[in-house]
Unconditional design. Structure first.
Length: 398
C-alpha cells in the first residue's frame, strides 16, 4: 500500500496558464462577492464590537465558529487587530465558564450548546468537530495579529472540550443508541459509529491546539493530542469501502459515500485510493454536481437513515440539496487528478452563484432553497481555489 499523501505535496503541477488564469478570475470574483456580503451582514453592537452573521439575509442569528472565521481567512484585510481583539473579548466573556465549547453564540453573549432551534436541539452533546473549530478561530486570529485574552482559561476550556469527544479505534465514535452531531454542516443527518468528517476536522484541530497551547498545558495533554492526531491519519482507513472506491460517512448509520468528506479524506488516502475517489466523482458527476454546487450524498433517495430530531425532505438541504460550500471541499482533490473537470466545475459555479442569489443551497432546478448571501458558500470555494493556485492540499487551510 502506498503511503498517505503528504499535506505539503503540490496539486497537479501540470496545469496550464489558461487554467491558472481561469481559477484566478473565479477567485477574484468570489472574493469581491464575499467582501460585499461581509459588509452587508455586518452588525455593529457598539463599544467596538463588530460581528457578522452567516448570511446577508440574516436568517441565521448568531456566531458559529466556521461561518464567522472562514470569510475573514479569505479576506484578512477586513479583519483589523482592534476588531479581532474586541471579538475575542466578547467570545471570552461568553464561553470561558462553559463546560464545553458551544454550537454558537447569540447577541448579548447567550450561548447555545447544540444545533437546532429553540424547541428542539440536536443530539446528546456538542457537535464533535467543535473543539477544532473554536481552536481554529483563536489560532487564525492570533496569526492575523490579535491577542488571545485569558489564554489559560481558553486552554482549559478546549482541553475539557476535546476530552468530551468519544473515540474508538482512533476515530471519533458516535453511539448509535445515543446519537449526536459529528460535523456541523451535517447536523440533521444520522451518522453514527466511527465517523469520517468529524475525525478529519479533529485531526487538524488536535495538531493546531498542541501548537497553540504548547506553553499553556501539561506535556501529557499535548502528547495525547498529538497521538490522537496521528491515529486519525491511519485510522481513517477503517471507513474505506473498496466496493465503491470511496470513504463512508459512518460505520453504522450513514454508511454511504460522504461526497464532501471524500474531498478531504483524499489527502489522507494512498495513491490508488485517490485515483478511485476522483474516478467516483467523474462517474457521479450528474448525481452530485449541479450548476457547480455539490450534494452531501449521491443516492437519489437521499440518506438511508434519519435522526429523531430532524426530518429533512428529499431533495432539500442536507438530504439532496446542492451547496456551493460543498464544492469547496471537493474541488482541490478533483484538480489533483482531473484539472479539466475541476476547471469546468469552477466555471459552472462562477456562472450560477449570483443568479442563484449567493445561496446556502439550491434545489435541483436551481431555485435557492436556503438562506441567501450565504458567506460560506463563497468562502469555501474561494479557499479551494487558493489551495489549487498555491499548490497546497486542502487540510492546510482547515
Amino acid at each position: 500500500m502506498s503511503k498517505p499523501a503528504n499535506f505539503q505535496s503540490i496539486i497537479n503541477p501540470s496545469r496550464s496558464d489558461a487554467h491558472n488564469q481561469h481559477f484566478n478570475a473565479v477567485l477574484e470574483k468570489l472574493t469581491t462577492l464575499l467582501k460585499d456580503a461581509i459588509a452587508r451582514s455586518r452588525i455593529d453592537y457598539g463599544d467596538g464590537l463588530v460581528l457578522h452573521t452567516p448570511d446577508v439575509s440574516k436568517g441565521y442569528k448568531g456566531i458559529w465558529p466556521d461561518d464567522f472565521l472562514f470569510p475573514w481567512i479569505v479576506v484578512p484585510e477586513l479583519a483589523d487587530a482592534p476588531t479581532m481583539n474586541r471579538a475575542l473579548e466578547f467570545l471570552s466573556d461568553s464561553l470561558l465558564q462553559l463546560p464545553s465549547v458551544p454550537d454558537r453564540v447569540h447577541k448579548g453573549g447567550q450561548t447555545v450548546m447544540k444545533p437546532g432551534g429553540p424547541s428542539q436541539q440536536y443530539g446528546h452533546q456538542m457537535p464533535m468537530h467543535l473543539p477544532a473549530a473554536w481552536t481554529r478561530v483563536l489560532d487564525v486570529f492570533q496569526q492575523m495579529g490579535a491577542t488571545i485574552p485569558r489564554r489559560a482559561e481558553w486552554a482549559a476550556l478546549l482541553e475539557r472540550s476535546f476530552a468530551q469527544v468519544p473515540f474508538e479505534d482512533d476515530l471519533v465514535y458516535i453511539d448509535p443508541k445515543k446519537p449526536s452531531v459529528g460535523f456541523g454542516f451535517q447536523d440533521p443527518c444520522l451518522i453514527t459509529g466511527k465517523v469520517l468528517l468529524a475525525s478529519l476536522i479533529l485531526q487538524r484541530g488536535f495538531d493546531r491546539a498542541a501548537g497553540l497551547f504548547a506553553k499553556d498545558l501539561s506535556p501529557d495533554v499535548l502528547h495525547s493530542w498529538k497521538r490522537k492526531s496521528e491515529g486519525i491519519k491511519t485510522g481513517v482507513q477503517q471507513l474505506w469501502d473498496d466496493t465503491s472506491g470511496t470513504f463512508m460517512a459512518g460505520s453504522h448509520d450513514g454508511r454511504q459515500t460522504d461526497v464532501w468528506g471524500n474531498g478531504l479524506a483524499y489527502w489522507y488516502a494512498n495513491e490508488g485510493q485517490q485515483e478511485r475517489i476522483v474516478k467516483w466523482y467523474e462517474s457521479k458527476r450528474s448525481a452530485v454536481f449541479n450548476r457547480g454546487f455539490t450534494r452531501h450524498i449521491a443516492e437519489a433517495n437521499g440518506w438511508l437513515s434519519h435522526p429523531t430530531w430532524a426530518n429533512v425532505p428529499l431533495g432539500t438541504y442536507t438530504n439532496g440539496g446542492f451547496w456551493p460550500a460543498g464544492t469547496g471541499f471537493v474541488l482541490p482533490a478533483i484538480a489533483d487528478r482531473n484539472m479539466t473537470l475541476a476547471s469546468e466545475l469552477a466555471q459552472e459555479l462562477d456562472e450560477n452563484i449570483e443568479a442563484c442569489k449567493l445561496p446556502e443551497w439550491i434545489y435541483a432546478n436551481g431555485q435557492s432553497g436556503g438562506k441567501t448571501g450565504f458567506l460560506m458558500g463563497m468562502a469555501m470555494p474561494a479557499l479551494a481555489i487558493r489551495s489549487i493556485l498555491e499548490s497546497k492540499a486542502l487540510p492546510n487551510y482547515l
